[in-house]
Design a protein around this ligand. Structure first.
Ligand code: CAA
Length: 387
């Protein structure tokens, strides 16, 4: 259920994404989750459909679509498998957008075009073991050398970290004599074939098990001068601006998870009988279903407003934090209600809502926890002139 009218093109892309998800993702999602298996072939298929370059202009081999069309497709993929959706979201919102906005023409030719065609998968490396919410406290360090830079440090919790072909990494370029805080961080375009690029530990996770999350280690990683993205010292600002996009993607992922939980609950409440009648005839269940639908539709409507503001060229820091906060808390709440409606079956891995519940949790954590979204929202409530 959606109160947002789609154009003919948007409906067509939504159908394409839904059919693709139903035929090529849903049949495998349970096994991929159980085995923590990431299927690169699906990523290649998403690329063939154009889903890895949806917001990249045609001039750089993308589809040049608006944000809402992209988010609509992403929601369909997430409803089938949130692990595949996060790969799609990170790739579309973070590394490709950074290259589009701040990359040189040479970087766009070398990385952005193949990424938009789906031939290269992207990752985004910001967090570190001691710099999660406090991202500007990161310590990975770059030193200049004769040919460019030498990087050392360890990045944590990188989505697609062991499979990405291009990694946008935030690394300090200030010096110990002249620390510049958030302005001492630069963005680098890295590839795994660079000498000193190592993939570290692969995490064993509660949810999103089919999405690889790894450390990336820079061990005297030598990179040429042209691996720097944009201006030196601007990497943190670029990362924050990119997260304004990324958080919209995570909101769509969360809404996809919540919609799937609602759909399963509606079907189950129709089929399951207790005390001689279908669950949907009990007011206790009706109230749950109504509240679940209300929160899903409200989250989607807020996300649509955020996407529209972005496409009008407005700053969307406030919108995207609100949309992500609301959608991720909706996903957690709706999947919890779904398990309750399914009762004992809901707690069993044989039934689908248990995976949705596990997958929902991380949407309240990555790309900024719910607490960080509230910090950002609260800051944005005061005008810049009102310290
Ligand atoms: N747009 C543009 N500029 C921004 C910005 C934004 N949204 N947010 C901050 N900046 C700028 C500030 O204006 C400031 O610039 P000046 O130097 O000109 O003043 C600079 O960046 C530093 O900003 P702050 O002083 O606000 O920085 P802070 O240290 O107080 O941190 C924060 C702010 C909001 C808490 C930020 O650290 C944050 O968002 N933390 C959460 C980190 C996060 O989301 N991590 C996600 C990891 S990636 C991931 O999860 C991807 C995945 O794989 C799924």
């Amino acid at each position: 259920m959606s109160f947002i009218p789609l154009t003919e093109e948007q409906s067509e892309i939504q159908r394409l994404a839904r059919d693709f998800a139903l035929t090529e993702i849903t049949p495998h999602a349970v096994a991929w989750d159980r085995e923590a298996y990431f299927d690169r072939a699906i990523i290649a298929r998403l690329g063939e459909l154009g889903f890895l370059g949806m917001m990249i202009p045609e001039q750089y081999d993308g589809l040049g679509l608006d944000t809402w069309t992209y988010l609509t497709a992403l929601e369909e993929i997430a409803a089938a498998d949130a692990s595949i959706a996060v790969a799609m979201s990170v790739h579309n919102s973070l590394p490709t957008q950074m290259l589009l906005r701040w990359g040189s023409e040479a970087q766009k030719d070398r990385y952005l075009r193949p990424m938009a065609r789906g031939e290269m998968l992207g990752a985004f490396a910001l967090s570190e073991a001691d710099a999660g919410s406090d991202a500007s406290a990161l310590t990975a360090q770059a030193h200049r050398d004769a040919d460019g830079w030498v990087l050392n440090g360890t990045k944590a919790w990188v989505t697609n970290g062991n499979t990405a072909d291009v990694v946008l990494a935030m690394v300090r370029t200030d010096t110990s004599e002249d620390r510049r805080g958030a302005r001492g961080i630069s963005a680098f375009v890295l590839t795994p074939d660079m000498s000193g690029f190592k993939v570290g530990k692969k995490e064993d996770k509660m949810g999103l098990r089919a999405s690889p999350t790894t450390q990336i280690i820079f061990d005297d990683l030598h990179v040429p001068a042209d691996a720097l993205l944009g201006e030196e010292g601007m990497g943190f600002v670029y990362a924050m601006q990119s997260l304004d996009n990324g958080r919209l993607g995570i909101a769509a992922q969360a809404i996809g998870i919540a919609q799937a939980a609602l759909d399963h609950s509606l079907r189950y409440a129709q089929e399951r009988k207790q005390f001689g009648k279908a669950l949907r005839e009990f007011e206790a269940i009706q109230f749950k279903l109504a509240d679940m639908a209300l929160r899903v539709v409200s989250s989607r409507t807020l996300l649509h407003a955020a996407a529209s503001a972005k496409d009008r060229g407005e700053a969307v820091t406030l919108h995207s934090s609100m949309a992500k906060l609301m959608a991720s808390e909706t996903a957690m709440w709706v999947t919890t209600q779904a398990i309750q409606i399914f009762g004992g079956y809901g707690y069993m891995s044989e039934y689908p809502v248990e995976r949705l519940f596990r997958d929902a949790k991380v949407t309240e954590i990555y790309e900024g926890t719910s607490e960080i979204q509230r910090v950002v929202i609260a800051r944005e409530l005061y005008p810049a002139s009102d310290p």
